[in-house]
Design a protein around this ligand. Structure first.
Ligand code: NAD
Length: 496
C-alpha cells in the first residue's frame, strides 16, 4: 500500500480507548485518561482510560472468577487449541489494522509492522495453540506400591506487563503460552503504546475466549503496573521492560504475596567481528541492521560493535555506508527504514547519550542529530561512534536508540573479556570463519542467545531470555510453558 493508502486507512480507524475487563470495554473507575501520541508528528491520537488500583482490582477479580469457573482453565487442551487458532486467524485477517495501530502509536516503519510484528505475533499464538495438546505429563518411577503422577496445572491469574518497542509481539510471547496452558491473563501495555493491545482483546473475545480470561488494563506503570505487582491475588507476573522496573517487580512480589516473577529486561549486546571473518560485507550489513532496525529500540540490539583492530577501519566504513542507505522518514512510507522514536522523552534521552559519548571522548563518525523536526516527529539519524572504550557510559548503559559504539580488540581472548564486561547478558554475536573460534567463543559468551555468522536470526522454536541483569525465565519455545504452570506431585498408594 502507498503512504496515501495507509493515511486513508488511518483516518478510517475506529480507535478503541477503554480498558477491557470481564469481556467488556470500560472506562477507568476514576474517569481518568492519558494521551496516546503519534510520534511521527507529535499529535494526540486518542485519550485512553487511565486505570489504577481500583481497575486492577476489578480485572483481577474477573480473571480469578473466570479461572475458578473453569470455562477456560479446565477446558480440554484440544478445545483451547481451536479457540486460539481462531484468534491467530483473526489477527492475520486484521493484519493491516493491527500493523497500522502499531505504527501510528509507536513510530515503527509500517513495512516492518506488517511483515514482521503482526505475522510473528499471530504465529506465536498459533504455535502455542498447536503445541498445547501435544504435551504429556509424567509418571514417576516409583515401584509397584504406588503411582506417582507429575502433572502440570495452570498457575492461575497471570499479569503480563509489556514495553512499547514491540507492543503486539511482546504481548503475544506472554499470551500464547499463558492462555494455552489455561490461565487467566491481565495484559498491561506500556502507556506509550496501548492501542494494539486493546484491539487484540476484542479479537480474542470474537475468537471465543471467555469473558474474564483475557483482560487489558491500560494505564501508567506507577499506578496500573504497580497495582498488578502488589496485588494479593495475582499468581504470577511476566514482565518485559527495563532492568530498573524489573527489579521493582521483585520488590512488589516480596512485599505482597510472593507471586512468581519472570523478567525479560535490558541488554547491551556485543556484536563481535573476528579478523578472519570471511564475508565482511554480510557482517557489516548485519551490524548496521542489528543496531538500526526498529530505530535501535530493541532489547537485543547489537549496540556494542567489537571489531578486531586489524580490520576495524575497513569494516567500520562498510557499516557506516550501509547506515547511510537507511532512510529515516514517515513510518507510513514503505521506503522508510527508520521511523520515529517512540516519544519525545525517548528521543531526548538518546540525544543526551550522543552528547555524553562525545564528551567522554568517543569519536562521532556518522549521524548524531535529530532530523525532520519540521514534521513535529521524533526522528534521529543512524549514529556511529568509533574509538569507544568499554568503560564509557555509551558502552555500558542501554541507550535504546540508533547509536552504535565501536570498540576494537586484539584476538579472541580480549573480545570475549570485553563482551562479557557488562551487567547485561541478553544476547551476543560472533563472526568468524574458524569453527573452533566460533564454538569456543559461543560457549564463553554469558548471554541467553548467541548468533554465529548472523545476527538476530531465530524463530518461535528457540527460547529467548537473559543471563545476569537481563533477567530470568524464558519466552518462546516450549520452555515458556514452565512460567505459566505449576508442577503437582500426586502420590497414590496401590494397596492390592
Ligand atoms: P519500562 O521498564 O519503562 O516499562 C515496561 C512496562 O513496565 C510498561 O508497561 C510500564 O508501564 C511498566 N512500568 C513502568 N514503571 C513501572 C513501575 N514503577 N511499576 C510497575 N510497572 C511499571 O520499559 P520500556 O521503556 O517500556 O521498554 C524499554 C525496555 O524494555 C528496555 O530496557 C528494553 O531492553 C526492554 N525490553 C526487553 C526485552 C527482552 O525480551 N529482554 C524486549 C523488549 C524490551
Amino acid at each position: 500500500m502507498s503512504v496515501i493508502d495507509w493515511r486513508q486507512a488511518a483516518s478510517n480507524l475506529n480507535l478503541r480507548k477503554q480498558a477491557f475487563i470481564g469481556g467488556k470495554f470500560v472506562d477507568a473507575v476514576s474517569g481518568g485518561v492519558f494521551d496516546a501520541i503519534n510520534p511521527a508528528n507529535g499529535t494526540t491520537l486518542a485519550q485512553i482510560a487511565s486505570c489504577d488500583a481500583a481497575d486492577v482490582d476489578l480485572a483481577v477479580h474477573s480473571a480469578r472468577k473466570a479461572f475458578d469457573a473453569g470455562s477456560w482453565s479446565r477446558r480440554s487442551p484440544t478445545e483451547r487449541k481451536k479457540v486460539l487458532q481462531r484468534f491467530a486467524d483473526l489477527m492475520h485477517q486484521h493484519g493491516d489494522e493491527l500493523a497500522l495501530l502499531e505504527t501510528l502509536n509507536m513510530g515503527k516503519p509500517i513495512s516492518d509492522a506488517r511483515s514482521v510484528d503482526v505475522p510473528a505475533s499471530a504465529n506465536t499464538i498459533a504455535w502455542y495453540a498447536e503445541a498445547i495438546d501435544k504435551i504429556y505429563d509424567e509418571i514417576a518411577p516409583t515401584g509397584s506400591g504406588a503411582l506417582g503422577m507429575i502433572t502440570r496445572e495452570p498457575v492461575g491469574v497471570v499479569a503480563a506487563v509489556v514495553p512499547w518497542n514491540f507492543p503486539l509481539l511482546m504481548a503475544c510471547w506472554k499470551l500464547g503460552p499463558a492462555l494455552a496452558a489455561g490461565n487467566s491473563v491481565i495484559l498491561k501495555p506500556a502507556e506509550q503504546s496501548p492501542l494494539s493491545a486493546i484491539r487484540l482483546a476484542e479479537l480474542a473475545a470474537e475468537a471465543g475466549i471467555p469473558d474474564g480470561v483475557f483482560n487489558v488494563v491500560t494505564g501508567l506503570g506507577e499506578t496500573a503496573g504497580k497495582a498488578l505487582g502488589l496485588h494479593m491475588d495475582v499468581d504470577a507476573v511476566t514482565f518485559t521492560g527495563s532492568t530498573e522496573v524489573g527489579k521493582l517487580f521483585m520488590n512488589y512480589s516480596a512485599q505482597s504475596n510472593m507471586k512468581r516473577v519472570a523478567l525479560e529486561c535490558g541488554g547491551k549486546t556485543p556484536h563481535i567481528v573476528m579478523a578472519d571473518c570471511g564475508n565482511l560485507d554480510e557482517a557489516a550489513t548485519a551490524a548496521a541492521y542489528g543496531i538500526f532496525f526498529n530505530q535501535g529500540e530493541v532489547c537485543n540490539a547489537g549496540s556494542r560493535l567489537l571489531v578486531d583492530a586489524k580490520i576495524k577501519d575497513k569494516f567500520l566504513d562498510k557499516v557506516i555506508a550501509v547506515g547511510k542507505t537507511l532512510t529515516v522518514g514517515d513510518p507510513l512510507d514503505a521506503a522508510t527504514k527508520l521511523g520515529a522514536m517512540v516519544s519525545q522523552v525517548q528521543m531526548d534521552r538518546v540525544l543526551d547519550y550522543i552528547d555524553i559519548g562525545s564528551k567522554e571522548g568517543a569519536e562521532l563518525k556518522s549521524g548524531g542529530k535529530r532530523v525532520l523536526s519540521e514534521t513535529g516527529g521524533y526522528y534521529i539519524e543512524p549514529t556511529v561512534f568509533d574509538n569507544v572504550s568499554n568503560k564509557m557510559r555509551i558502552a555500558q548503559e542501554e541507550i535504546f536508540g540508533p547509536v552504535l559504539a565501536t570498540i576494537s580488540f586484539s584476538g579472541a581472548e580480549e573480545a570475549v573479556a570485553l563482551a562479557n564486561d557488562t551487567i547485561y547478558g541478553l544476547a551476543a554475536a560472533v563472526w568468524t570463519d574458524n569453527i573452533d573460534v566460533a564454538l569456543s567463543t559461543a560457549r564463553r559468551l554469558r548471554a541467553g542467545s548467541v548468533w554465529v555468522n548472523n545476527f538476530d536470526e531465530s524463530n518461535i522454536t528457540m527460547p529467548f531470555g537473559g543471563y545476569k541483569q537481563s533477567g530470568f525465565g524464558r519466552d518462546k519455545s516450549l520452555h515458556a510453558i514452565d512460567k505459566y504452570t505449576e508442577l503437582k506431585a500426586t502420590w497414590i498408594k496401590i494397596r492390592a
